[in-house]
Design a protein around this ligand. Sequence first.
Ligand code: DC
Length: 358
Amino acid sequence: MIRAVRGATTVEKNDAGEILSETRELLKEIVEANGIKPEDMVSILFSVTKDLDAAFPALAARQLGWTHVAMMCANEIDVPGSLEKCIRVMMHFITEKSNPDIRHIYRKGAAVLRPDWRGPERKAGEGLSGRENPREIINIAIDGPAGAGKSTVAKLLAKSLGIAYLDTGAMYRAVALKAMEQGIDTRDEALLAGLVKDIDLKVTYEDGKQRVFLDGRDVSSEIRSPEISMGASNVATVPAVRLKLTEIQREIALQNSVVLDGRDIGTFVLPNADLKIFLTASPEERARRRHKELLEKGIGVSFEEVKRDMENRDANDTGRKFRPLFKADDAVEIDNTNLTPEQTAEKIITMVKKLGLK
Ligand code: DC
C-alpha cells in the first residue's frame, strides 16, 4: 500500500544551514517514527513559506543519501497571519501500516499546526476517555460567552483540584492595552502582527489572585475597563494575535495541569483537553453579572450600556471568521443562569472524578 506521512517544522532565520539541518532532523524523525526504509520511499514534497528562500529543503534529503527519490519544492500559500518560517513535508511511501498508525511529525513552532497530531504524550481521543490511573498533567477547557461565569467557576475548580488557572481572555486584553497605548487600531492586522511578535506576556495565579504582566509591568487592573473589553474582542479577530497567544497557551498546558477559560480552548487551542465545558447563561443574567462586577470595581456604567457592549462582543466573538466562539462537539454544555458558581464548580468536579482525572 502507498501511504503518506506529513511533517512540518520552523526555523529561526532564513539561513541555508539552519533550513537544511532542521529539515534533516524532521526527515530523520519521520522515518524513525514510522520505520520507513529509503527503498520504500515513493516521493517527497516540500513547501516553504514565502520568507524562506536561502536553500531548497530537498537538498537536505539528498544529504541524507536519498538520491533516488522523486522530490519537489514549492512555496506555501501566503495566507495572512499564518505561521512564519515554516517548512512542510509530505512523503509517500510503501507500507503495511494502516492510516491511523502513521505518525505525523510536527516540530518546534509547527506543533501549533496540528495539535491533534502533537505526539505520543496525548493522542487524539485519549483525553476524554476515562482512565484507571490519574495522569500527571490534566487540562480542563472552559469556553463560553462573556459574563457566563467562566473565570469565577474556573478559579473555584482550580483551587479545589489543586491545579493552575489560566485566564486566556486576560491575554487578549493585554494585547489590546498594548495596542491602544501605542495608538494602534485594534483591528489593524499588519500592525498587530508586529506588536505580538515578541510580546512579553505573563499571567500568574498565586494565593487566589491573578496578575497579568505586560512587558514586565503589572497591568492586572488596567485591562478590566469596558474600552479594553471591546478592544480585546477586536484584537481577538486577528489571526496573527490568535496564533501567537495559542502558542503561549499550549506551552503552558503542555507543562502544567491547568483549567483554561476562553472562547476557543476546547475547539482549537486544546482539541484533546481532558474535559471540555461550554458554560452559558441567559444574556440578561450575563449582563447583570458583568454590571455588578464593574460597579464593585468602581466603574460607573449603566446596565443598558453593559448589555449593549455585551451584545456587540457576543456578535464579534461568535461572528469572526478566524476561530470564532462555538461549542466543541465533545464539550459538556452547562447553562448556569440559575446556579451559583459553587454549584457549577461542583457539577464539573463530579465529572472530573467520574472521568478518573483526579
Ligand atoms: O473573557 P474575557 O471577557 O476577558 O475576554 C476578552 C475578549 O477576548 C473577548 O471578547 C473575546 C476574546 N477572547 C478570545 O477570543 N479567545 C479567548 N480564548 C479568550 C478571549
